[in-house]
Write a protein that binds this ligand. Structure first.
Ligand SMILES: [Zn+2]
Length: 368
């Protein structure tokens, strides 16, 4: 099962009680962060405490993070990362940490030749490209020899539009696919998927036939058997195959990356968490600043055949979320949810999605 705890739903700045971007993804292969804006470690602590006091068994402990997936280098998505990494050092962490994010071949080469420096304007390389930021962060405070743990900094060159499997897979049993997006700096979304499983084995039926333990084990492993002169087929003892869990997060993006086409993805995501900075009345602004409207998010959800669309990353101009939801519903026939800070989603291996809506003393569960 996946859980996605969304701890910041505002774009660019704090507004209407919303923090900037940062989500915690819990998977069978461990915990990951997707983006890490300002104050993320405090948000995780507060959220963890609230989960505990609500009686939930879910947790968002920073010590459990295996990997950080950054969608791009803008500071509202990254400014909380360095302090969080330093807290883990103070806590004496030993386990390796993976931090990955998009860049370009050109920026990676430049940062390799000029470690810790900002690129000159004429180079055309953004000073918030992650290749530049990673090399600066390493220079400031995360040198391997002083730190209690090792960080693997992984840069993903975004030189095309086609999704590709991440070169590092830090979450055991989970396949991460990188989905290039269109933003002012290199940006990407991530698709996460667990492998499907065979249908459940009908042990009670095998027992009722009086088979030996060895025969039952063979049957469970898929071997057909002869029993009392009749053939027993292993497949008939299996229920329907159980599909894997899948979810996808967009980076900051304007409408149009071809990676949202379902044909290019490993599977249609059960849940798509997509930025919806603007409403359609600001379509020109959305295109100019490489962001999406709620309608754009919905069109992407339709293209990738998502089951459920959850909106996030609202402009400070948007206070109430009802217009964003109605707009998205005009372009997408699946379920649409507007995410608020502290909401979390559960996606089980049947593909069912539950939206836990934050209320004062806990959460209300809603099936999507
Ligand atoms: Zn943003």
């Amino acid at each position: 099962m996946f859980e996605l705890h969304v701890l910041g739903t505002s774009s660019a700045r704090f507004a209407h009680g919303r923090s900037v971007s940062g989500s915690v993804l819990s998977t069978p292969g461990g915990l990951a962060l997707i983006d890490c804006g300002e104050g993320m470690q405090k948000r995780m602590l507060d959220h963890n405490r609230a989960l505990k006091s609500s009686g939930s068994e879910s947790r968002t402990r920073i010590s459990r993070i295996r990997a950080v997936f950054l969608t791009h280098g803008h500071l509202d998505h990254t400014w909380g990362l360095l302090p969080l990494l330093q807290t883990l050092d103070l806590d004496g962490r030993r386990d390796r940490m993976v931090v990955m994010g998009p860049s370009t071949t050109e920026a990676i080469e430049w940062a390799t030749q000029h470690p810790g420096e900002a690129p000159p304007v004429e180079s055309g390389i953004s000073s918030t490209d992650l290749a530049i930021l990673f090399s600066q962060w390493q220079a400031i405070g995360t040198k391997d020899d002083d730190s209690s743990y090792t960080i693997d900094w992984v840069l993903l060159p975004m030189d095309g539009d086609t999704p590709f499997e991440s070169p590092i897979q830090p979450l055991e049993g989970v396949t991460v696919t990188v989905v290039p997006n269109h933003h002012g700096v290199p940006s990407c979304g991530y698709h996460f998927e667990t492998k499907g499983k065979a249908g459940r084995f009908d042990r009670a039926r095998a027992d009722s036939l009086g088979l030996s333990e060895t025969q039952i084990a063979e049957l469970a492993q898929g071997q057909d058997l002869m029993h009392e002169g009749a053939e027993i087929t292993a497949a008939s003892f299996r229920g329907n195959p159980r599909p894997g869990c899948s979810l996808m997060m967009s980076g900051d993006t304007k409408f149009g990356p071809s990676g949202f086409d379902v044909e290019k993805l490993p599977s249609p995501p059960r849940l798509l968490l997509h930025e919806a900075t603007f409403l359609a009345d600001k379509q020109d602004k959305a295109s100019e600043y490489y962001h999406s409207t709620a309608a754009d998010a919905a069109r992407h959800a339709t293209m990738c055949k998502a089951k459920t669309l959850a909106l996030t990353h609202y402009s400070s101009r948007i206070e109430r979320l009802s217009a964003s939801i109605s707009e998205a519903r005009e372009h997408f026939t699946g379920s649409v949810a507007a995410t608020s800070d502290g909401d979390w989603f559960e996606i089980d291996s049947n593909g069912d999605v539950i939206h836990n809506v934050r209320i004062e003393n806990g959460w209300n569960k809603m099936n999507l």
